[in-house]
Design a protein around this ligand. Structure first.
Ligand code: NAI
Length: 251
């Protein structure tokens, strides 16, 4: 028998999916047959809207773009409403949206601390809240954490605290929804070639790559493939876990 992942008839909502890892996840789930809601942050220039719409155009059917700021629960509820209205439900939530505001704790402003906590941790709470009463039995919640949560990289007190919080939230929520067959897991990437990965200063990047046993950074679709597995029936008994995808790097 040939094994195949088929998500036909299932709807996935992917936060921050207008580029990078989120885009790759949305494309991967779509290619497995899922309906996908490409969530994007409506920035003043409208560039995320344009990117999200271009992805929807390239995917054709079974895709929609939907604006919302993960920091705002009302906006998240409205975005999930729109998704349910179009596709009839939500089966898979991928919490991908995230930002960096790196600085040593000594120099980090309260705003830099709070922005990262609001987006990377409260954003996950908000998205989970917005789907929790509507996600189907045997649903899937997958959050993108980070290797940084395990290692504690220099200059990332805000980011590491938020991502470690996401791993904690994952463990708790997995227990709270387990009886419905809903699984809740995290994926913790090492450094991945995206705009965020590119933003790392060149000398730090050189050091980081020297630490990766596989000798290279990861590609967005190498994260998306693991998300696809967790979103599928193949992972029906995997819950409360963090899957590390980092080329063998342990910091
Ligand atoms: P990226 O910067 O390319 O994409 C982040 C996405 O989040 C963007 O589409 C952005 O518009 C969206 N976003 C930001 N604030 C938002 C908000 N308030 N509401 C809705 N969307 C918002 O970054 P990348 O690399 O694709 O990162 C995706 C996830 O993977 C993030 O959670 C990041 O922390 C995580 N990650 C990335 C790594 C890397 O090396 N690139 C390593 C480990 C984790």
């Amino acid at each position: 028998m040939m094994m195949q992942i088929d998500l036909t008839g299932h709807t996935a909502f992917v936060t921050g999916a207008s580029q990078g890892i989120g885009e790759s996840i949305a494309r991967m789930l779509h290619s497995a047959g899922a309906n996908v809601a490409i969530n994007y942050f409506n920035d003043a220039e409208g560039s995320n809207l344009a990117k999200a719409d271009a992805i929807v155009d390239s995917l054709g059917e079974r895709a929609m773009s939907v604006a919302s700021d993960v920091r705002n629960l009302d906006q998240m509820n409205a975005a999930v409403d729109q998704t349910v209205e179009k596709f009839g439900g939500v089966k898979i939530l991928v919490n991908n949206a995230g930002i960096l505001r790196d600085r040593t704790l000594k120099k980090m402003s309260e705003t830099e601390w709070q922005d990262v906590i609001d987006t990377n941790l409260t954003g996950v709470f908000n998205a989970c809240k917005s789907v929790i009463d509507r996600i189907s039995d045997n649903g899937r919640i997958i959050s993108i954490a980070s290797l940084a949560a395990a290692t504690g990289f220099f200059g990332q007190a805000n980011y590491v605290s938020a991502k470690a919080g996401v791993i904690g939230l994952t463990k708790v929520l997995s227990k709270e929804v387990a009886r419905k067959g809903i699984t809740v897991n995290a994926v913790a990437p090492g450094v991945i070639n995206t705009e965020m990965g590119e933003s790392i200063p060149e000398e730090n990047k050189k050091w980081m790559i020297s630490q990766v046993p596989m000798g290279r950074f990861g590609e967005p679709d190498e994260i998306a493939k693991v998300v696809l597995f967790l979103a599928s029936d193949l992972a029906s008994y995997v819950t409360g876990q963090t899957v590390h995808v980092n080329g063998g790097w342990w910091g």
